[in-house]
Design a protein. Structure first.
Ligand SMILES: Nc1ncnc2c1ncn2[C@@H]1O[C@H](COP(=O)(O)OP(=O)(O)OP(=O)(O)O)[C@@H](O)[C@H]1O
Ligand SMILES: [Mg+2]
Length: 316
């Protein structure tokens, strides 16, 4: 895989307040990278720097091998962006908004019409096409703006909170669409979002920003392995584990730690294969086991663990 986006020491402040702080990031071609972080973490500023809308104070970025502050037009020709505010012209209808953008992008009238129809179909918006967007709900505007960002088949999509304001079904549809753009059409997606569950479904890797700094980047499972010593597994005994059971499990090879719970115990396994040894040891001791499962850390688990560890570092 080659890198579609690279940032190196990318930094930007506003009135002495650091918004993006020495950011080193690589987004591989064809991947969905979830850009996560609390309000004010620097996600939108990062996207704006990558679009060439803002200039960095120091460091820099390349997008498809180009510097967005030098080759901004070309970068914008080959990339699409959905900004936090939909930015539609409310005097125009949905169709006119899209056709205007398509014409601005240099498509002929006929080609623009074709592309607009394709996107209106894709987003289920044909029935609203002739209405002025002034009366559209937040979610309808968002969907239209997303349709607009895809008009020119961009190689890279910068999506800043594409599902905020969408209802659950629309959130799922838009998330699935973003996932399929990457998987089936090879698009690269930088997805700034607060929706960890949705991001977890489609993103290959996650990058977590806090106060403009990159806390971590990687696949959730790899970050989880770094954060926690071992893979957590739940063992259901139907009752709290006795001291004797805890002692038996604690001696099994590959068990990094264990904790009693109301209906059994949680074990940290150095490797997943240790689960079979734990179950064998329990069976040999005549202990009834009603269920056993390895808990896969979600993007949400990893995000909150990173946030917690960051807070501890900042705390006095
Ligand atoms: N144009 C601006 N002028 C002044 N300060 C700005 C500007 N843009 C961003 N900032 C500041 O930079 C920091 C990062 O903001 P940014 O919008 O990048 O955060 P974000 O991660 O996108 O947050 P959110 O999740 O709320 O969208 C914030 O402290 C913000 O106040
Ligand atoms: Mg933002």
């Amino acid at each position: 895989m080659s890198a579609a986006i690279i940032t190196s020491g990318l930094s930007r402040s506003f009135d002495g307040c650091v918004a993006v702080d020495s950011l080193d990031l690589e987004v591989q071609a064809g991947e969905v990278l979830a850009l996560l972080g609390p309000n004010g973490a620097g996600k939108t500023t990062t996207v704006r720097l990558l679009n060439g809308v803002l200039t960095p104070d120091s460091g820099g970025a390349t997008v498809l091998g180009m510097d967005p502050n030098v080759d901004g037009d070309e970068v914008r020709r080959r990339t699409g962006v959905l900004t936090e505010a939909a930015g539609l012209d409310d005097r125009l209808t949905a169709r006119e908004n899209l056709e205007f953008t398509a014409r601005m992008r240099g498509f002929t009238v006929a080609e623009a019409r074709l592309r607009v129809d394709t996107q209106l179909d894709r987003f289920g918006m044909q029935s609203m096409a002739e209405y002025r967007t002034v009366g559209f709900s937040t979610g309808q505007k968002k969907r239209l703006a997303l349709a607009r960002s895809l008009l020119h088949d961009p190689e890279i999509l910068f999506l800043d909170e594409p599902t905020s304001g969408l209802d659950p079904a629309a959130t799922r549809d838009v998330t699935d669409l973003i996932g399929s753009l990457a998987r089936e059409h090879g698009r690269t997606v930088l997805l700034a979002t607060h929706f960890l569950g949705e991001a977890g479904r489609i993103a290959d890797r996650m990058a977590v920003l806090d106060h403009g700094r990159l806390l971590a980047i990687g696949r959730p499972e790899d970050l989880a392995a770094e954060l926690w010593d071992g893979t957590p597994a739940e063992i259901d005994l139907g009752e709290p584990a006795t001291d004797a059971t805890m002692s038996i499990v604690g001696q099994v090879e590959g068990v990094a730690g264990l904790e009693a719970g109301a209906t059994g115990l949680t074990v940290a396994l150095h490797d997943r294969e240790a689960m079979a040894r734990v179950l064998a040891a329990l069976a040999a001791a005549g202990t009834s086991v009603y269920g056993a499962s390895i808990r896969r850390a979600s993007m949400e688990d990893v995000y909150f663990a990173l946030e917690d560890s960051s807070l501890q570092r900042v705390a006095p």
